[in-house]
Design a protein around this ligand. Sequence first.
Ligand code: GUN
Ligand code: ZN
Length: 441
Amino acid sequence: MSAQLKAFRCSFLDFVDDPFYVSELESVRYIVDGLLVIENGLVKELGDYESLQAKYVGIEITSYPGMLIMPGFIDTHVHFPQTEAIASYGEQLLEWLHKYIFPTERKFQEFAYAQKVAAIFLDELLKNGTTTALVFAAVYPESVEAFFTEAHRRNLRAIAGKVMMDRNAPDYLVDTPETSYQQSKQLIEKWHKNGRLLYAVTPRFAITSSAEQLSVASRLLDEFPDVYLHTHLSENVDEIAFVKQLFPENEGYLDVYDRAGLVTNRSIFAHGVYLTDAEFARLSEAESAIAFCPTSNLFLGSGLFKIEQAKSKEHPVKLGLGTDIGAGTSFSLLQTAGEAYKVAQLRKQKLSPFQALFLATLGGARALGLEDKIGNFETGKEADFIVIDPECTELLAFRNSEATTTLKELAAKVFTLMIVGSDRTICATYILGNLAYERPN
Ligand code: GUN
Ligand code: ZN
């Protein structure tokens, strides 16, 4: 038996299809007593322990009795420099940016400071079971260098980019179309596909980029066809009115990006709270993705995202969950899934526990075009996974004391974790089959 083989015995939950469109029986894979076999950091096989064990006699098996293993969570929109600005009081988007966020991001000119915060940020991700994230850095290339340096050290699959912003922000925080082009290009050449890292061209939003800068972003996408486009879209009513003033010739917010050539199948738009039917249809047609950020949308009072529109049968849009730290209030994709459920409730809609967890795993992978690499336990995928403790607190131990065997029982159990779970719920996080985080007792 090869020395690179290892295995984990536990209960397993992952998704093999989309529970918004196919039944849970066909989309959810639940193995009560399973064996996950890993070879050189990739999934070799997942199946019933009883049927697989004879094939793998003699290999090292780590057992997690009473736990549940899932693919690592995927955060499709988050700002690492805003880690220290979480829970900044009293404002909505535009005032909040000027009062708290821009002064905070100024500190990320300095590589050493940015590196210190990147390390804290990445430790928080792992502690909360997030193994991949699409990340805004700051306008300074040093902040991107710092982020990628720390993500590389941890061998994480991560996507990030330098923020492009050339107007409507303080002088200390703006670049120009030319400098943003040169700096982004250099960063792409150094970091895109460096190990597991990928680059996203990152204009902050239509308010802080001139038409000229948006066209520079498009030029970068043309020159480097497999990098991403990552920005914000239709988050807040005042923001949308300002975009209308700045771009009176355009048909709407999405059209500003569209005419610039930024609406592609590698584009991820955060928020989309106020998208029109026509905009949803256009995103569907372009195969762009939306990052739904419920804790942020509630914290900033932005509004209630229309999940059922994004996941409509007529115009399906790729959808993931984002924490959007520091407007978001938790690094936990479990808590984010719980808040997504509450947003649905406020709109008299239902978001099932499996639908929510799909968004946090395979749905996020599809939104990022990484479904061939991460998101579930299909053979050949990268073995980034988490060990979940359904009895991580006294309350949850009491609530979840019954054994689980059916999908219905599992749905009820994971729902409790979305609603009252936290970073305590994550017992361990593995990156490419190696332990990267273990919860202290
Ligand atoms: N729109 C433009 N910049 C930001 C940001 O930093 N956070 C959020 N939530 N929205 C934005
Ligand atoms: Zn954001």
